[in-house]
Structures are given as C-alpha cells and as structure tokens.
Design a protein around this ligand. Structure first.
Ligand code: ATP
Ligand code: MG
Length: 411
C-alpha cells in the first residue's frame, strides 16, 4: 500500500468501523502467527488452503507455525482460551493481513487483507440475517454497485455427509471426464468439485444432484427464516444451489457477494454458519457464523466505480523565506497544531527559493499557503494565500491566524 493509496484504505476502514459499531460488534485483534495444527484442525485437510496455500514452517524452537490464511480459527482459539464463550454469546469483527501461497494476479495476492465478522452463541436464522444485512450495509455505505448476493444451505453435517456420498457416486460415474483437481477432490471432498473454476467441468457440475433438494426439515426452516428476513429488509438475493464454501467447517447457511466487474476474482465477500467449529477446537458447544470480505477486491471495485475519496494531503503549507524564519515558523506551526487539533499543516523543510516553495505548496494539495518572511516576522504578521480559490492574498496578525484558519477551514 503506497502513500497515494492511503486515503482509499482509510476510507474503507473508517466506514467499516462505523458500520460494525452501528450493529454493536466489538473489534477483536488476533495474532498473525498460530500453530499450524490450528488451521489443519479447523479448515480441513481437503481444502485449497490446507492442501497448498499455507505459509507454514518450523521455527528455531521446532514449533510448527503458519501465517494465518484467515481469521476465524484464531478468533475461535482466542475466544476459547480467554473464556469469552462462557457467557455463550459474542459478536465481534477483525481486520488485517492474511497469507496464502497462491499465484498472484489482479485481485489475488499472497498477502491480502480481510474484514471479518463473527457471531457466536446464536442458533436461529436471526443472526444469519443480521450478518448479511451488516455486509449489505457496508457495501451500500461504500456506494458499490454490480454486486449480487448468492445464498444456499449446506444442511446439517449428517445431510451433508449423505449428500457427499451421493455426489461421490455421481462424479465417480463420470470420472473419466474429470480434470486432475476434480479427481483428487473426488477422493478427498467431492463437494469441492462444485467449486471448480474449470469451464470444461461446468456441464458435469450442472448435472450433479442438488443439496437443497435433500435438505432436512429444520435446515429448510432455518434457510427459509433467513430468506424471509432478507425479503423484509428489501435485500435482493439469489438462491444458488451449487454454492459451497471451500472450508470444511460450514453448516447450513452459506452466502457470497459476487461481482462480474473483476474478471475471475468474482467473490468479494463470503461466509456461512459453522456450528461445529467451536466444539471441534475444544470449546463449549457453541454455534457460530461469520463472513470475510477481501479488502483489495473492494478497493478495486471502488476504484473502477469512481468511489475513492481524494488524496488526504495537508490543508495548509507553511512557506518560510529568509534567514531568521525557520525558528519562528516552527513555533507558529506548533502553536497552530496545538490550538486546532484537526488542522493538517505541512511545514516547508530544507529551505528553497520562494518560487520552489510555492511549487511544493501547490503539489502538496494544500488549500492555503501561509507565508513567513523576514519582513513578516519583524512586523508580527503572516501572509495567507488561497491556492485553489480566487481570493486576494491577505495579511494577518500572528495572534489572529489560528482563528482565521479555523473559520476558513471550518475547524
Ligand atoms: P477464491 O474463490 O476467490 O479463492 P476463497 O473462497 O478462497 O476465494 P475465502 O477464503 O472465502 O475466499 O475469503 C473471503 C474473501 O477474501 C474472498 O471472497 C476474497 O474477496 C478474499 N480473498 C481470498 N483470497 C484472496 C487472495 N489471495 N487475495 C485477495 N483476496 C482474497
Ligand atoms: Mg481461494
């Protein structure tokens, strides 16, 4: 992230904080490094992440550690070991870098960033709806369009296991036509063949039996509960019976926000329910649900849709000409920052001619230049010049300039 991109990242992160606060979610920060075993146990062996994408190594103390590929496992571990699930309920969010050894391309990086939401201790579809509404509000607050919501249900682990057998039988009968990846998945986790991005696999995938048709009554009611909430909130959704998640731990509701504006990196946010995960990691049996949003993909969309706010430069640039002005200039700058905590003021460093300093002032993006020369210092005044508006240059007594800037900049 280069300085020129800072405004965009800060914009996304600021809106994210505001939206989570609006739903009563608290921030959680978890370590970037965890025991490798944590991810193997939670994400599952037959997933892209564990099979080939983790940055794992043995450190000098013979510990097997991994740079986190996602946030859920670390949050669950930390919540269990700090007793946060004893009361049974928790609604949190997290933001930060994730690491996956993938082939880098636009929208796919080996270090990328996710915004992550998790809720623990809620059985019913109300929390599923809340989390989807939260993600919808975040996307809407950012002004994004051309994203659609896909939803599906994976049922209970029992239903899923039976469905896996059904899929294994179906794809087994078509094994000769499967690509290498799918053949491997057929033995490991046939559900993941549905996730195949290979166009040659699409017609076989299209003929596969659907899990939605085999759903148990409770999962069906749960899914209908989520859909009813979405309809009443006016959130358009599409039931996508082939939507599965790459991770093993999902049960019941899964969803994804998908865009056609970023080529094959179409998923901008994905999530679902994982009722068995907490117990699987040694905690008290607690249902959970969450989603993760790819910050780089969101930023690419913001950029494409012209929604990035302007670069966040200084408002005022202080030009210092003449021998004795540096000390006075620093004093003035500190006084102004003290008096106006919101003020963004950049001071000229390294001297330079009047003309050179004005060029820098212009390039800084500042709206105003303050000019302090020997003559101004002697008379106890400072000159103020608007750089982006057609206003006459004015002179202001030193003890009035803070007030003047405050009113000009609305501080
Ligand atoms: P994909 O199918 O694109 O590989 P995924 O299923 O691996 O996505 P998740 O594990 O669900 O992704 O992560 C949630 C979100 O994080 C994705 O929807 C995407 O926006 C983002 N994401 C995942 N991997 C990357 C990556 N390598 N670079 C940038 N963003 C990513
Ligand atoms: Mg992936």
């Amino acid at each position: 992230m280069l300085p020129a991109q800072a405004a965009a990242w800060q914009h996304l992160e600021r809106i994210t904080r505001e939206v989570f606060a609006g739903y009563g979610y608290e921030e959680f920060r978890v370590p970037v490094i965890e025991q490798t075993q944590l991810f193997k146990r939670s994400i599952g062996d037959f997933t892209d992440i564990v099979e080939k994408e983790m940055f794992s190594f043995v450190d000098q103390g013979e510990d097997h550690i991994t740079l986190r590929p996602e946030a859920t496992a670390g949050i669950v571990r930390a919540a269990i070991s700090n007793g946060l699930l004893r009361e049974g309920r928790l609604r949190v969010w997290c933001m930060g870098p994730m690491f996956r050894r993938e082939r880098p391309q636009a929208g796919r990086y080996r270090q990328f960033h996710q915004i992550d939401a998790e809720a623990f201790g809620f059985e019913g579809p109300d929390v599923d709806a809340e989390l989807v509404l939260l993600s919808a509000r975040l996307l809407r607050r950012l002004g994004l369009t051309r994203i659609k919501l896909l939803v599906n249900s994976l049922g209970t682990p029992q239903v899923r296991a039976a469905y896996k057998d059904q899929l294994a039988a179906y794809f087994g009968a078509h094994e000769a036509a499967l690509d290498e990846d799918s053949k491997r998945r057929l033995r490991g986790n046939p559900l993941r063949i549905l996730d195949s991005k290979n166009p040659d696999m699409q017609s076989i995938v299209a003929g596969a039996p659907l899990l939605l048709d085999a759903l148990d009554a409770e999962s069906k009611a749960h899914f209908e509960g989520l859909c009813a909430h979405l309809r009443s909130a006016g959130i358009e959704y599409h039931i996508e019976p082939r939507l599965v998640r790459g991770l093993d731990y999902y049960t019941r509701s899964v969803f994804e926000w998908s865009t056609d504006a970023l080529g094959s990196q179409s998923a901008v946010c994905a999530g679902g329910r994982y009722d068995g995960l907490v117990a699987q990691l040694g905690g008290p049996g607690t249902p959970g649900i969450g989603w993760a949003m790819g910050q780089e993909r969101i930023l690419m969309l913001l950029e494409k849709q012209g929604l990035i706010p302007p670069r966040d430069g200084p408002q005022v640039y202080l030009v210092l000409v003449g021998e004795g002005t540096e000390i006075q200039g620093f004093k003035l700058a500190e006084q102004l920052r003290e008096a106006r905590p919101g003020l963004k003021l950049q001071i000229n460093l390294g001297g330079g001619s009047f003309k050179a300093q004005f060029k820098r002032a212009d390039k800084s993006g500042a709206q105003f230049a303050l000019i302090l020369g020997d003559d101004e210092v002697a008379r106890g005044v400072v000159a103020l010049k608007a750089l982006r508006q057609d206003l006459a240059q004015e002179e202001c007594p030193m003890d009035r300039i803070s007030e003047r800037l405050g009113s000009l900049l609305g501080l």
